[in-house]
Design a protein around this ligand. Structure first.
Ligand SMILES: NC(=O)c1ccc[n+]([C@@H]2O[C@H](COP(=O)([O-])OP(=O)(O)OC[C@H]3O[C@@H](n4cnc5c(N)ncnc54)[C@H](O)[C@@H]3O)[C@@H](O)[C@H]2O)c1
Length: 255
């Protein structure tokens, strides 16, 4: 198979979701050798895997792993097993995440805040750690974390989410520095808004004001974000680490 990702063995979390599924489809089209799909949603995972296998133009080896990324031991065991079976992990996409209930700080339930930190920050810590362990024992690799414009703009009414995404950007920089000499590149992607199940609970009307903040005048599509993951996973970015690629329809620049 030819393509920008020929021969790459990849693991993607949040793979049952909109962005994870779009990344998996792009990676398959770019010739990835193996795609290990991780999510806690078994049905969604099955649907994404079935779509990938049905695409006869790709010969990618698709594997499904129903794992909750907050479960440290289960994550380490899963990544260790798949690295052994595939002979290594070249690319790790740490993408599973949730949004908090919309509220200003004085109305935020602490349990809600902790849940978001647990999935969005500890989940990424767990899967980064597991893939870095596998990559350190080999020739290195590319780690790609999903952050958000909410991690560095004044994204109100969702303090747990914005806080978690700021932590991911910083965790990316620290890991980039810690593992550069192991030839492990660590970067993140910060999308603006593209409509997915993440927004099911957002109050009516709120999405209109979110849309107003995107100068290009429309929400993005998951596939427009996924292109950045191909770039970061490929050998075109071998001198790139600690970076945050922003794809947001101009949102963070402002009107
Ligand atoms: N949609 C947007 O506008 C937007 C913008 C910026 C960043 N993001 C980020 O993109 C990533 C993907 O979001 P999406 O929009 O595709 O949403 P999505 O809801 O379609 O996908 C998220 C996936 O993560 C999985 N997940 C959640 N908690 C998990 C856990 N504990 N263990 C394993 N899997 C878990 C879900 O089952 C789901 O399949 C998230 O990190 C999100 O914060 C999204």
């Amino acid at each position: 198979m030819t393509g920008a990702l020929a021969g790459k063995r990849v693991v993607i979390t949040g793979a049952a979701g909109a962005l994870g599924g779009a990344i998996a489809a792009r990676f398959a089209a770019e010739g990835a050798e193996a795609l290990s799909l991780v999510d806690r949603d078994a049905d969604g995972l099955g649907e994404v895997a079935a779509r990938l296998r049905a695409n006869s133009s790709s010969s990618v080896n698709v594997r499904e792993h129903v794992v909750d990324v907050t479960d440290h031991d289960a994550v380490l065991h899963t990544y260790d097993t798949l690295a052994t079976e595939l002979g290594g992990i070249d690319v790790s996409v740490n993408n599973a995440g949730i949004l908090a209930t919309s509220a200003r700080i004085h109305n935020v339930d602490p349990a809600d805040f902790r849940k978001v930190l647990d999935i969005n920050v500890m989940g990424i810590f767990n899967t980064m750690k597991a893939s870095i362990i596998a990559m350190r024992g080999a020739d290195g690799g590319s780690v790609i974390n999903t952050a958000s414009v909410a991690g560095f703009t004044n994204w109100t009414h969702n303090s747990p989410y914005g806080t978690s995404k700021a932590a991911i950007i910083q965790l990316t920089k620290i890991a980039a520095s810690e593992y550069a000499r192991d030839n492990i590149r660590v970067n993140c992607v910060s999308p603006g808004t593209f409509i997915t199940s993440l927004h099911d609970e957002v109050p009516p009307g709120a999405m209109d004001s979110v849309l107003d903040r995107h100068p290009l005048g429309r929400f993005g599509e998951a596939d427009e974000i996924a292109a950045a993951y191909v770039y970061l996973a490929s050998d075109q970015t071998t001198w790139m680490t600690g970076s945050n690629i922003v794809i947001d329809g101009g949102m963070s620049v402002g009107q």
